[in-house]
Design a protein around this ligand. Sequence first.
Ligand SMILES: Nc1ncnc2c1ncn2[C@@H]1O[C@H](COP(=O)(O)OP(=O)(O)OP(=O)(O)O)[C@@H](O)[C@H]1O
Length: 196
Amino acid sequence: MLRLFDIWKKFDNWVLKGVDLDVAGRVLIHGHNGSGKTTLVKIAAGLLAPTKGGVERAGRLGVSLQHPLLHPDLTVEENLKFYARAVGAAYRELAEELGLVPYLRTRFAHLSFGWKRRADLARALIGEPDVLVLDEPLIGLDPEARRVVADALNRRGVSMLITASSPCEYLQLRIDRFYQIVDGRLVPTQPPCSSS
Ligand SMILES: Nc1ncnc2c1ncn2[C@@H]1O[C@H](COP(=O)(O)OP(=O)(O)OP(=O)(O)O)[C@@H](O)[C@H]1O
């Protein structure tokens, strides 16, 4: 369970102005660059304090942001093993699911951007968290990588908070609700692009 209550956030200016959101099902937040998407997911994940408002969390959150949380000097396998031990779960199947097996012995720092994102998503999925918070999980991925990541997410029946600056690229994901951040507020929208 993940709920945001009346979230306000000010840096130099107000970025979020009273955001209420119950992350039930798959929720996609879109908006222009600088509209506050990353700020919102960081607050949801507990990585940033709101200026005002509250967040209620229950269960374990799996979080993957645009800057991967893996150690650059460890191999992919060492990284995944570290996180798997921390939550008492396995990592091998996730590495297989995300196509990471050929890169398990590669130092994280030596991976390309797209493979770094896949490895970080594998880390976030370790132990099958109850809720996923994913900042632009498909950004910069080639079509095959997007398919692999979208399939992995579609397979999981948990609630997800996902952000996208180009929501049309997220049609492969089954999304239940769409919102746009407009002037700091969440506005429900239709699916932003249709395949017709
Ligand atoms: N630590 C910070 N200090 C000051 N301003 C910040 C900070 N973090 C974010 N901002 C500002 O808050 C606003 C929202 O930034 P945020 O990164 O949340 O937007 P975004 O929608 O994720 O953008 P993008 O699509 O470019 O990733 C921007 O104007 C940004 O400059």
